[in-house]
Design a binder for this molecule. Structure first.
Ligand SMILES: *[C@@H]1O[C@H](CO)[C@@H](O)[C@H](O)[C@H]1NC(C)=O
Ligand SMILES: *[C@@H]1O[C@H](CO)[C@@H](O)[C@H](O)[C@H]1NC(C)=O
Ligand SMILES: *[C@@H]1O[C@H](CO)[C@@H](O)[C@H](O)[C@H]1NC(C)=O
Ligand SMILES: [Zn+2]
Length: 464
């Protein structure tokens, strides 16, 4: 993480030099002229923790639910988490209990996992656009999920961090005094603890779930879904003083009524998709988009209709993805968008048991929603008691997903969330989603973002 280190060094240098300048400019204290005293420099350049000045700036980790959690980035902190794909047969009992309770209560629709054939494909008899499945990949909108921002609102979110490429983004957001929601990948949090802390502690931005290893979630079994969500919940919970994240975004926008119900009923997570897609992750990839095209799309949306408000898929993956956003930011402001994080647009906190990243935290375990939730809402307006009735719209994808030019390989990993063609026409229809996708040549592109982060993660393990 050289960029963070150099930033810290720079910052430390700046602080030290400005302190020095400041000190020499101070008038001399005449009482301090006992020339015989040999003054020594203090052993540290900062006040001890008990110093009163800390009360002025105390934040974040100081406010926890009272539990002592392993410090972020330490070996004790790393030790408890799966280094890669979670084993569905080794899940904490609380999670499987919560899952089983939700199944018994009839809250998890029985939909078979999809298989990846360019796009997720369902067995015959399961219409991805129908009320039962309602696949977000096919742009079927479940009423419980968030796709649009309110009119005039820019719901800011960035996916796939934390990474070292996130640092300029975090700095920029902070300098401009705005907040965003960061949909984070669990193994990236493990690999980039300093960047994680920067987003949470320095920026006080929203931390949200983007799964543990970034799979197509609808291809997984129920318990695999539980593992991907649960471990990411757990590492965020244990690294934020016990806060329980409220939002998750499926990689590639791939969710359906089954996956969304598991997220909601077991972990209390609300699914967040998007209504425009920069495809920024594919800049520089074979057949990918270009920085200029991302620039042009952003300009079109920024200067276009304000209804609905925008939730644009953007990434922390590279200098280009971050740079395109930074370049566009002045135009967002000039056009009068209200720039807020996803939690802010949804009217509150990114956490279900704390009002903010600094507020009081109510103790809560990662899966605790079963008992109280189920008993109080079995026949009420519970979120997914009748998922089939929740479907509000089912606009078809631009072309049949299985008709793409995909190689048909089961490994359809792409760099980031979007699996759309780079010739998407969504930009001409701001009110429709650009999120989902056709199988296309991009399906042969390896998930370089994830690969990068995984390899850096393993490199980190080796180094530490
Ligand atoms: C999370 O914190 C709790 C409470 O300290 C602890 O019991 C649990 O083992 C931690 N989880 C991991 C994966 O370290
Ligand atoms: C991207 O790289 C260029 C060239 O090294 C640099 O000037 C710029 O600051 C970088 N932008 C971001 C957002 O990292
Ligand atoms: C597009 O790029 C130009 C510089 O090439 C920049 O001035 C402009 O602000 C960018 N617009 C957006 C929306 O990013
Ligand atoms: Zn992603």
């Amino acid at each position: 993480m050289p960029s963070l280190r150099s930033f810290l060094l720079l910052a430390a240098t700046a602080i030290l030099s400005s302190t020095a300048t400041f000190a020499t400019a101070l008038p001399h204290d005449h009482h301090d002229h006992a020339h015989t005293v040999n003054k020594r420099l203090p052993g540290t350049w900062y006040h001890p923790e008990g110093h009163a000045a800390y009360n002025l700036f105390r934040r974040g980790t100081a406010q926890t639910d009272g539990t002592v959690y392993a410090a972020v980035g330490t070996p004790q902190w790393t030790a408890g988490y799966p280094p890669a794909k979670p084993d569905p047969n080794a899940l904490p009992k609380a999670w499987t209990d919560a899952y089983n309770a939700a199944v018994s209560a009839g809250k998890i629709p029985k939909i078979p996992p999809s298989t990846l054939n360019g796009n997720p494909v369902y067995p015959q008899g399961f219409d991805p656009n129908g009320n039962v499945v309602c696949s977000a990949t096919y742009k079927c909108r479940n009423n419980d999920d968030i796709w649009d921002a309110p009119d005039g609102v820019w719901g800011a979110s960035f996916d796939d961090g934390p990474l070292d490429t996130s640092v300029p983004l975090y700095q920029f957001l902070k300098q401009n005094n705005v907040h965003a929601t960061h949909f984070m990948i669990g193994v990236n949090i493990l690999g980039y603890p300093d960047e994680f802390k920067m987003a949470f502690e320095d920026n006080q931005d929203d931390i949200a779930v983007h799964t543990w290893t970034h799979p197509y979630m609808t291809t997984l079994t129920d318990l695999e879904v539980v593992g991907e969500l649960g471990w990411t919940m757990e590492i965020i919970h244990n690294s934020t003083g016990g806060r329980l994240p409220k939002y998750w975004r499926p990689p590639y926008g791939d969710s359906d009524n089954r996956v969304s119900a598991i997220a909601k009923e077991v972990f209390g997570l609300t699914t967040v998709i998007w209504n425009q897609d920069t495809e920024d992750w594919s800049i520089g990839q074979p057949g990918g988009t270009t920085r200029d095209k991302v620039n042009a799309s952003l300009k079109q949306w920024i200067t276009g209709p304000k209804s609905p408000g925008l939730i644009i898929l953007e990434h922390e993956l590279s200098n280009n993805t971050v740079g395109a956003f930074i370049e566009a930011f002045p135009l967002i402001q000039q056009n009068g968008w209200k720039f807020v994080s996803i939690a802010q647009l949804d009217g509150g906190s990114p956490y279900s048991n704390s009002p903010s990243s600094t507020g009081a935290v109510t103790p809560g375990q990662v899966a605790v929603l079963d008992a109280s939730d189920d008993s109080s809402s079995d026949s009420s307006s519970s979120s997914s008691a009748a998922p089939a009735s929740k479907t509000s719209s089912a606009s078809a994808p631009a072309s049949s997903p299985s008709s793409g030019t995909s190689s048909g390989s089961a490994n359809g990993n792409k760099a980031a969330d979007s699996s759309s063609s780079t010739t998407s026409t969504a930009s001409s229809q701001p009110s429709t989603t650009g999120g989902a996708s056709q199988g296309n040549s991009a399906s042969t592109i390896l998930g370089s973002g994830l690969l990068t982060c995984l390899s850096v993660f393993f490199a980190t393990l080796v180094l530490s």
